[in-house]
Design a protein. Structure first.
Length: 283
C-alpha cells in the first residue's frame, strides 16, 4: 500500500498532463470542424483510483505489470467516436498525414499498427484504435524555452459507434454486477459472453470477421444465448431501464440484443452534435 506521499506524487503527475490534454483537444477539434461527418469527442485525465489500480495489477508470476507512473501513456486521453469505420480511418489517416504533421511537432511514439484493436481485437472483445503521441510544442527543442510538460504522452482513441456501444455495455454491466470483465487476465464465462457479443456486432455492423474465425455467426449467436440463459447479463441490463437511472443510461449508445438473434446498436434519439461531450469516462 502506498504512502500519502506516493498518492501526492501520482496526483502531481496526473495534474502535469492538464496543459497537454488542452493542447491536443484544441488540435483535434480544429481537425474535426473541417470534416463533413459527425465526430463525438471526449477528453479526460485518468482518475487517481484507476491509476492506483493499474499500479497494483500483477501478472501470473506476481510481478507488477506497471512499475511506475511514467510508464503509463494514457494519463491524458482524447476519445473520438465515429459513425462508421470509413470515417474513422479517414480521420486517422488525415491526422497523421504529412500535410497535417508538417504544422506540428507532436510525434507518434509507436508504429500505427501497435494498438490497432480493430484488426487485432483484445481477447476481451475490445475494439478500437489507440495512437500515443508525444507532446512536442514549437520551441520544445530549445533548452531556454522547454517546459516541464514537453515530451509528455497523450493517448488518442478512435472507436465506431458500434464499438463504443459494446464498451459502454461492458462498463455498465460490470458496475451493476460488481465485476471487472475488461481487466480479466484469463477469460471467464462472463468474459467469453462479451467477447462473442463483440464479434457478432463487428460481423453484423462492420462486416469484419476478426475473432472466432472457425465459428459461424449462427453458432456464435447460439453460444451467446446459452451463456445469457446461464448468466442473465442482458436481462439485468434491461431491468436497469426500469429505474431512475434510465435517463442517464440513454445518454450513451448502449448495446441491445433483441429476441430471435436480431442485433443492433440503440443510439440516442437526438442527432449527435460535433464536440458533444461524452460522460462515459471509465478507462
Amino acid at each position: 500500500m502506498g504512502s500519502e506521499a506516493d498518492f501526492d506524487l501520482v496526483d502531481q503527475w496526473r495534474s502535469s498532463h492538464g496543459y497537454v490534454i488542452n493542447t491536443f483537444q484544441a488540435w483535434l477539434k480544429k481537425r474535426i470542424a473541417i470534416k463533413p461527418y459527425n465526430v463525438e469527442f471526449a477528453q479526460r485525465l485518468k482518475r487517481r483510483n484507476t491509476v492506483i489500480d493499474k499500479l497494483k495489477r500483477k501478472d501470473d508470476a506476481g510481478k507488477p505489470l506497471i512499475t511506475d507512473v511514467s510508464a503509463m501513456h494514457d494519463f491524458a486521453g482524447c476519445r473520438m467516436i465515429f459513425e462508421n469505420l470509413s470515417d474513422l480511418h479517414d480521420f486517422r489517416n488525415d491526422l497523421s498525414s504529412t500535410a497535417v504533421m508538417k504544422n506540428v511537432k507532436h510525434e507518434l511514439r509507436y508504429p500505427r499498427e501497435k494498438y490497432d484493436y480493430i484488426e487485432a481485437p483484445k481477447f476481451t472483445g475490445y475494439r478500437g484504435i489507440h495512437d500515443v503521441y508525444r507532446h512536442l510544442p514549437r520551441g520544445s527543442d530549445r533548452a531556454e524555452t522547454k517546459k516541464p510538460w514537453d515530451g509528455l504522452l497523450v493517448e488518442i482513441q478512435y472507436r465506431t459507434r458500434a464499438q463504443h456501444a459494446w464498451a459502454t455495455a461492458v462498463e455498465i454491466s460490470d458496475l451493476i454486477d460488481g465485476e471487472r470483465t475488461k481487466f480479466e487476465m484469463d477469460q471467464s464465462k462472463r468474459g467469453r459472453f462479451f467477447a462473442i457479443a463483440s464479434e457478432i456486432i463487428a460481423r453484423k455492423h462492420e462486416y469484419l470477421e476478426r475473432a472466432f474465425l472457425e465459428v459461424s455467426t449462427a453458432e456464435l449467436q447460439a453460444q451467446l444465448q446459452e451463456l445469457e440463459n446461464e448468466l442473465g447479463i442482458l436481462q439485468r441490463l434491461s431491468a436497469l431501464k426500469q429505474f431512475e437511472g434510465e435517463e442517464k443510461l440513454q445518454e450513451h449508445t448502449v448495446l441491445n440484443v433483441f429476441q430471435k438473434n436480431r442485433w443492433k446498436c440503440r443510439a440516442r434519439g437526438d442527432p449527435v452534435q460535433k464536440f458533444r461531450r461524452c460522460d462515459c469516462q471509465g478507462h
